[in-house]
Write a protein that binds this ligand. Structure first.
Ligand code: SF4
Ligand code: SF4
Length: 150
């Protein structure tokens, strides 16, 4: 499948292969840092191949939440603007947030890794998104708190 990055040439910020959420995590663990962030859902344009949608597969991403981008690509409504915010994001950035289509979220969202999760490298796009919303980068202390609380 073609990468959503194929259409990333005209804008400054995109959800790339290290991109969106663990907002997935939003639905899983109550102390996960993404649950009180959501910055990356309000920072990048989120585009993906149309065949991920329910236009192609019944259980796919609801296409009514998307706009046509170009060619075979869709974009999450609300993310292709100077002040992006995904239509599927519920809550306040930096407060309690939730992806309302978590199970069907598109590939860019599934591939996004929060900075430093599970001892992995920093994700500077996560750091950048948080910074845009006045949130500090995730650090070891954040993950330790998460591990303690479960
Ligand atoms: S910006 Fe980082 S911490 Fe915030 S929701 Fe996205 S992945 Fe999680
Ligand atoms: S689909 Fe969900 S995870 Fe992806 S940008 Fe929208 S709210 Fe965030």
């Amino acid at each position: 499948m073609t990468s959503p990055l194929a259409f990333s040439g005209k804008r400054k910020h995109y959800m790339g292969e290290h991109t969106l959420f663990s907002i997935g995590a939003v639905l899983m663990g109550t102390s996960h840092p993404c649950m009180t962030c959501g910055a990356c859902c309000a920072c990048f344009r989120i585009s993906f191949y149309w065949a991920e949608s329910d236009l192609a597969i019944p259980e796919g991403m609801p296409h009514v939440l998307t706009d046509h981008l170009q060619g075979h690509f869709l974009v999450m409504k609300g993310t292709s603007s100077p002040a992006p915010r995904c239509i599927a994001l519920e809550g306040s950035i930096g407060g309690k947030v939730r992806c309302t289509i978590y199970e069907q979220r598109p590939t860019p969202c599934r591939n996004f890794v929060p900075s430093g999760e599970d001892g992995r490298a920093e994700n500077n796009r996560c750091d950048m998104a948080r910074g845009k919303w006045g949130l500090p980068p995730l650090n070891a202390a954040c993950w330790n708190r998460h591990a303690e609380k479960g």
